[in-house]
Design a binder for this molecule. Structure first.
Ligand SMILES: Cc1cc2nc3c(=O)[nH]c(=O)nc-3n(C[C@H](O)[C@H](O)[C@H](O)COP(=O)(O)O)c2cc1C
Length: 347
């Protein structure tokens, strides 16, 4: 191979030209691709990272949430009642520890089981706990802690696996089951593969089939449009989670920005609507509830506490969030979780 050097007239860098192929490569150091970072402990790939840039939908969640301001309505206001009925069952508050997964694999201290610790925190606080992708065996171990659970199953290419996991959840006392329909695409533009297991598409017929296969309420998690909300209704889903799964879709619209239209579109359907996405405080949760969510999922808002310290720290964080929620309800004359009013919000 023959090579010749010449200088780049603009930067002065020397460029190596491969004369046989005609391809060229700057010899000076390539600008390093900035590493996406994670604010949470645990290995990359299991714990969310963030680029902090415009393609990261979480950036837009934060901006959207922080620009919702709240007017005061304090005359006649009283201490609120946070109890909330979700899918016919009563819980202490509308905060629900989110559908997370794989956390028993992320800590170097293998004696700790964050998935069980989170389930225990939810049980102790009388909250409805969500569990994401876990094998049946692991799911069974987590729910043996007691407390109510919703199981979210991945959109596996193997439909038998989905049906099997639905049945397992049903047999193990789940309150509801669902699919995170937003986890279809991988970064390579193909169906994603998680833990070596291929995911696949979710058609209307699939969704109908899964919803009809169980006596439990069926949930579509990861709805971010009126269009999908209407399809979920048509498929027989009893609830949806308005969510983009901590930014799976680049440039995703903040869930709360689409929530009011989705709420309007599903009015009269009897479906429940939950929301998540960067709800880090009780004030954020208040905004989601005032916008029309029946309950909210809290994922990364309890992730540091969970991974660093476990059950008690998660309980403390959720207690603080409940207090902030109640504080904001009192400032706006919302006496209970059925009485939220979006007209207090300015954005
Ligand atoms: C570590 C981790 C694992 C997750 N695994 C799942 C999962 O298996 N299934 C699922 O539906 N969502 C999963 N999620 C997404 C959450 O349920 C939630 O939709 C998302 O994190 C947005 O909420 P947040 O902003 O409060 O974290 C996961 C989130 C985290 C942080």
């Amino acid at each position: 191979m023959s090579e010749e050097n010449k200088n780049d007239v603009v930067t002065g860098a020397s460029e190596t030209i491969d004369a046989s192929s005609g391809s060229s490569m700057l010899e000076h150091e390539e600008p390093k691709k900035e590493e996406a970072t994670s604010p949470w402990p645990g290995p990359k790939g299991m714990i969310p990272v963030t680029s902090g840039k415009a393609d990261d939908a979480n950036v837009h969640n934060r901006v959207f949430l922080d620009n919702i301001l709240v007017e005061m309505r304090v005359i006649d206001s009283v201490e609120p009642d946070l109890t909330t009925t979700i899918l016919g069952r009563k819980y202490a508050s509308p905060l629900m520890p989110a559908a997370v997964s794989h956390l028993n694999k992320v800590l170097s201290d293998k004696t700790r089981k964050p998935m069980q610790e989170k389930a225990m925190a939810a049980r102790n606080m009388d909250l409805l706990n969500w569990i994401g992708m876990e094998t049946n065996e692991e799911y069974g171990e987590i729910v043996s802690q007691g407390g109510d659970t919703i199981r979210i199953i991945k959109p596996f290419a193997d439909h038998h696996k989905i049906l099997d996991e639905i049945k397992f959840a049903e047999d193990h006392g789940a309150v509801a089951v669902g699919i995170d329909i937003d986890h279809i695409a991988g970064k390579n533009g193909k169906y994603d593969v998680v833990d070596g297991i291929p995911l696949g598409s979710i058609t209307m017929d699939d969704l109908k089939h899964y919803a009809a296969s169980t006596k439990l309420p069926f949930i579509a998690k990861g709805v971010l449009s009126v269009s999908d909300a209407l399809k979920a209704r048509q498929a027989g889903c009893k609830a949806i989670v308005v969510s983009h799964h901590h930014g799976r879709v680049p440039f995703g619209v903040p869930p709360l920005a689409v929530l009011p239209d989705i709420k309007k579109a599903l009015a009269g359907s009897g479906m429940e609507i939950y929301a998540d996405g960067s709800l880090m405080t009780g004030y954020d949760a208040y905004k989601a509830l005032a916008m029309g969510a029946d309950a909210v999922l809290i994922g990364r808002g309890i992730l540091s506490e969970l991974l660093q310290s476990g059950t008690k720290a998660v309980e403390d964080k959720l207690k603080q969030m409940n207090e902030q929620l109640a504080e904001m309800m009192m400032y706006t004359s919302v006496k209970d979780t059925k009485s939220f009013d979006p007209s207090v919000l300015h954005y």
